[in-house]
Design a protein around this ligand. Structure first.
Ligand code: LMR
Length: 398
């Protein structure tokens, strides 16, 4: 019956979580694989604003009816305020269709299905490299996926001219998947001036920008990290935005994300919104209630919102501190090498340039886990393990 079913090779990121959990070297093992923020104590935090919201929600306990297909209105408003800014003209004009989704992955899936349905000839182009699941999700939706030049290992920067030339050669309605901040996996972002140039090309060539923002608040700040999104809207572009609250609310398992589509008119936005709901209906019907309620409560209460922003910036600053410590420690150990990339890159990730062989050695010999493409999640470092990790890296680089 299932003779033809091939084995699943496993996911290069999520598969590492199992390997790490099963590693018996509990005294030394360090998880720098999956993009998850851990505290200085190596714990997954429950944010204070989330604790307050959850006690409000629990008292009195709420009945658990189905949510609307597109999620709670307050949740959708929260996505819009955060992504586009509170007084955004497009939002006020009703030109933005926003739905709650099952995390950022769910937003990408609903967006990809929508694009495949309404732009059947569109291809999707992702940065080289990108988060592996971008490729899987778009291909899974029946869309052909290509790669545009992005990361430049020689400069630890962006192959900006090549990227622009590539975009100029694309066809109308081709989708370009962009990371507005904290590029995953490289940590290398475009400057605002570079965004202006790229968005002008996108507009001229009538491409469809699909912006995936999973780390808002971890780069510069909430507003600065949304620059590309807001600029695109200001320029009159019709843009898709997938967002995630997994990291900035530390609500990974609640599957809290959103998909927003900015349309040229209110009427078009309403039709798009309807089709997004239909897409949700035929995949999973409606989003989960608890995560929607937590996000709604935190984001629409002025005091909890302020507390939340402060908590995100604490996480951001601790990651920055770890970047500096790792860079300083490694530079002291191997002075002939340049480790300044650790503090130049932004967000949770650092693209280390370590080879797959070196990454495997780190795992096997030192119980230090990172993704085989050399991506390290800096948010797994703390003052107790940073020296150990630096020693291990220095060892495999020698
Ligand atoms: C990551 O890139 O590690 C995270 O986005 C988690 C995931 O689902 O891969």
């Amino acid at each position: 019956m299932f003779e033809h079913v091939t084995p699943y090779a496993g996911d290069p990121i999520l598969g590492l979580m199992d390997k790490f959990a099963n590693d018996p070297r509990t005294d030394i093992k360090v998880n720098l694989g999956v993009g998850v923020y851990y505290t200085e104590d190596g714990k997954l935090p429950v944010l204070e604003c989330v604790k307050s919201a959850e006690s409000q929600i629990a008292n009195p306990p709420r009945p658990r009816g189905y949510l609307p297909m597109d999620g709670l209105p307050g949740y959708r408003k929260a996505c819009q305020d955060l992504l586009f800014g509170k007084d955004n003209e497009a939002v006020k004009a009703g030109r933005v269709a926003t739905i709650a989704t099952l995390g950022g992955s769910g937003a990408l899936k609903v967006g990809a299905d929508f694009i495949h349905e309404w732009y059947p000839n569109a291809k999707c182009y992702v940065s080289n490299p990108t988060w592996g699941n971008h490729i899987s999700i778009f291909e899974g939706a029946g869309i052909e996926v290509g790669k545009y030049p992005y990361y430049d290992a020689a400069t630890i920067g962006v192959k900006f001219d090549e990227m622009c030339e590539f975009f100029k050669g694309l066809n109308e309605n081709d989708v370009v998947l962009l990371h507005p901040c904290c590029h995953n996996p490289t940590g290398v972002d475009l400057s605002n001036e570079q965004w202006d140039t790229v968005l002008t090309i996108i507009k001229d060539k009538k491409l469809i920008p699909f912006m995936d923002i999973a780390y808002q608040g971890f780069g510069d700040d909430m507003d600065g990290d949304a620059y590309a999104i807001r600029r695109a809207v200001e320029m009159g572009l019709s843009v898709f935005v997938s967002n995630s609250f997994s990291k900035n609310l530390s609500l990974y398992g609640e599957r809290v994300g959103g998909l927003s589509v900015v349309a040229p008119t209110k009427e078009e936005a309403e039709r798009v919104h309807g089709q997004l709901k239909f897409t949700v209906r035929r995949i999973y019907s409606s989003p989960p209630a608890h995560g929607n309620a937590v996000v709604d409560t935190v984001m629409n209460d002025a005091a909890l919102f302020e507390q939340w922003v402060g908590e995100v910036y604490e996480m951001r600053d601790r990651i920055r501190d770890m970047r500096q410590k790792l860079q300083d420690t490694l530079s002291a150990k191997l002075p002939e090498r340049d480790f300044s990339y650790f503090t130049k890159q932004r967000g949770m990730f650092s693209f280390t340039g370590l080879t797959a062989e070196q990454v495997v050695r780190l795992r096997d010999e030192f119980a230090v886990y990172m993704v085989e493409n050399g991506r390290m999640c800096i948010a797994g470092l703390n003052n107790k393990n940073v020296e150990y990790v630096a020693n291990a890296i220095a060892e495999v680089l020698r």
